[in-house]
Design a protein around this ligand. Structure first.
Ligand SMILES: O=C(O)CCC(=O)C(=O)O
Length: 229
């Protein structure tokens, strides 16, 4: 029962998350016609979307997976998200106190790397388990629920994340390889001005190489929303 209620709450939360994402996409001032918006877009994108390969070791990956797997495998993968934004997923959010000492140390490493000390992090860490056949459609995380830093560890599988500038999706788009055990840190332009998506396995290409995506667990830390939003 507790689990059911919690999931209900979480789904409402996610619904809002994506609803507001759409709101950003259609109303954000990034959609302005100013030509300067696309000037040097690639440099700016690469400056604000950082990928750190092998950020954690195989042993650390194993610690995290062994910790979250018993909980995640109790949940069913969802295939019909209300907003069609995400397919084949199960997810939860854990407070720091819920993690073991070993996992907490790994999360501390992420925090230290991605969040300057003055930036407040959301207390809950998001765990997203994407089925081998799952994928995430383009969206911008809602500014109502997330601040300027999104840091995600990729576990169990490589994948490809595509970023496309809102309003300039065709001309300003770039694929990023997210290798297993890497950390991505999305800030600034990448976080606010670009949709991000995780490609489905058969469309998952990086530099013309197919990157088959298996089951992928991401552990995502976010900063608190800006109080002015
Ligand atoms: O799995 C990831 O790394 C990205 C997740 C995501 O896009 C989201 O939860 O909004």
């Amino acid at each position: 029962m507790a689990v059911t209620l919690r999931l209900l709450f979480y789904n409402v939360h996610r619904a809002l998350y994506y609803a507001n994402s759409k709101h950003i996409s259609s109303n954000s001032n990034v959609k302005e016609t100013n030509k300067d918006v696309t000037k040097d877009w690639k440099v700016e994108l690469h400056n604000t979307m950082k990928i750190l390969p092998d950020f954690i070791s195989e042993k650390e990956e194993d610690i995290l997976v062994k910790e979250v797997d018993p909980y995640m495998t109790q949940l069913r993968y969802e295939f019909s998200h209300w907003d069609d934004a995400i397919h084949g997923y199960r997810e939860t959010e854990w407070k720091k106190s819920r993690w073991s000492k070993d996992s907490s140390q790994i999360l501390d490493k992420v925090h230290k790397e991605a969040f300057p000390s003055e930036v407040k992090r959301l207390v809950l860490v998001h765990i997203l388990d994407l089925a081998p056949e799952g994928w995430i459609k383009p969206h911008v995380d809602s500014v109502r629920f997330c601040g300027g830093i999104i840091a995600g560890l990729s576990l169990l599988s490589d994948s490809v994340m595509r970023l496309a500038m809102v309003g300039h999706e065709k001309e300003c788009t770039e694929c990023f390889l997210l290798p297993r055990r890497s950390l991505y840190i999305m800030t600034g332009a990448a976080r606010y001005n670009y949709n991000h998506e995780i490609l489905k396995s058969d469309e998952s290409y990086f530099k013309e190489q197919h990157v088959p995506k298996g089951r992928r667990i991401s552990v995502i830390c976010r900063s608190e929303p800006d109080p002015q939003t």
